[in-house]
Design a protein around this ligand. Structure first.
Ligand SMILES: [Zn+2]
Length: 312
């Protein structure tokens, strides 16, 4: 009996332990399950983004829908860019390391047809249609997957929600932008005619702010730090610039549209762009501390300038 009772006690003890053990396990699991559940809506949101972005492409004129997308774009951006503190200029220049030799100002394809410097206010603007919208056809290389396609069309949706620019999938138009996975992030300035390449390398350029930066070049905008009156607003530290890259800081005879110098423009490079020693190459002369460039997309002045240049 003693052995039997001992066995029973042992069994009871094991049973009680085995019952007791799952309790903390289960309790431990619960928060994980909850956190997993917490994740699900985000994943669903991400999945929701893709069809919505596709819809956005189709629904570009409907500003409300596009505006609804904006917070999701920010989410996408913050998810995509882990090192979000890095200025997009830095990202672009890093991606273009191998391509810098043939690019102007770091990410502009030289134009063989016209004086690109004056491009901003003459013949290389995209035409406005009778509906008052500037529809710009584009294609996206099959190199890009559906997720990357979603980021691209979502980034372009911001132009539609704030300006009269509509980037639309090409049907059979002669002049169009061809988004390709070439060696870097770069674009032509303004409309070039026929197929013009806008490169978004898959490994460094498919971010909302970079996409918008390159498409803004295709609308005709150069970099903020090379505009004609920049010396009133920034100091170029020539001694800190990689000598072969100094030409990227030459001023341009730009059409500034009577708008103020914008330190926060999406088209402004970071303070250490093309630095050969880690020190600043561009120092703001603003009496107040300012950060050059940003990663949040088109600034208010970027948007106003698009509307001014295209008469939106
Ligand atoms: Zn650029």
């Amino acid at each position: 009996m003693t052995l039997y009772r001992a066995s029973v006690l042992l069994l009871l003890l094991m049973a009680s332990q085995s019952q007791a053990l799952p309790v903390p396990d289960t309790e431990d699991l619960l928060p994980q399950e909850e956190s997993t559940e917490d994740l699900l809506p985000q994943e669903e949101n991400t999945e929701d983004l893709l069809p919505q972005e596709e819809n956005t492409e189709d629904l570009l004129p409907q500003e409300e829908n596009t505006e609804d997308l904006l917070p999701q774009e920010e989410n996408t951006e913050s998810n995509d860019i882990e090192d979000n503190t890095e200025n997009i200029g830095e990202k672009i220049l890093a991606s273009n390391n191998q391509s810098a030799a043939f690019l102007e100002e770091g990410d502009l394809l030289p134009s063989s047809k016209r004086n690109a410097i004056k491009c901003g206010y003459n013949s290389c603007l995209w035409p406005k249609g009778p509906d008052g919208l500037v529809s710009i056809p584009y294609t996206v290389s099959r190199d890009f997957n559906s997720y990357e396609n979603g980021i691209i069309s979502s980034a372009l949706g911001s132009f539609a929600s704030k300006t009269c620019i509509r980037f639309v999938p090409r049907r059979s138009e002669r002049d169009f932008i061809s988004v390709e996975n070439q060696a870097g992030c770069f674009s032509s300035l303004g409309k070039q005619g026929w197929r013009q390449v806008l490169s978004l390398n898959k490994n460094g350029c498919v971010y909302t702010a970079i996409i918008q930066h390159e498409f803004n070049h295709a609308l005709g905008f150069k970099h903020e730090q090379t505009r004609s009156d920049r010396d009133q607003y920034v100091r170029i530290n020539w001694n800190n610039i990689i000598p072969d890259m100094a030409y990227n800081f030459e001023k341009s005879d730009t059409n500034n549209l009577n708008t103020p110098y914008d330190y926060t423009s999406l088209m402004h490079y970071a303070s250490t762009a093309f630095s050969n020693n880690g020190h600043d190459t561009i120092t703001p002369l603003s009496p107040r501390p300012v950060k050059l460039g940003q990663t949040q997309g088109l600034s208010d002045w970027d948007i106003k300038r698009i509307n001014m240049l295209y008469g939106c």
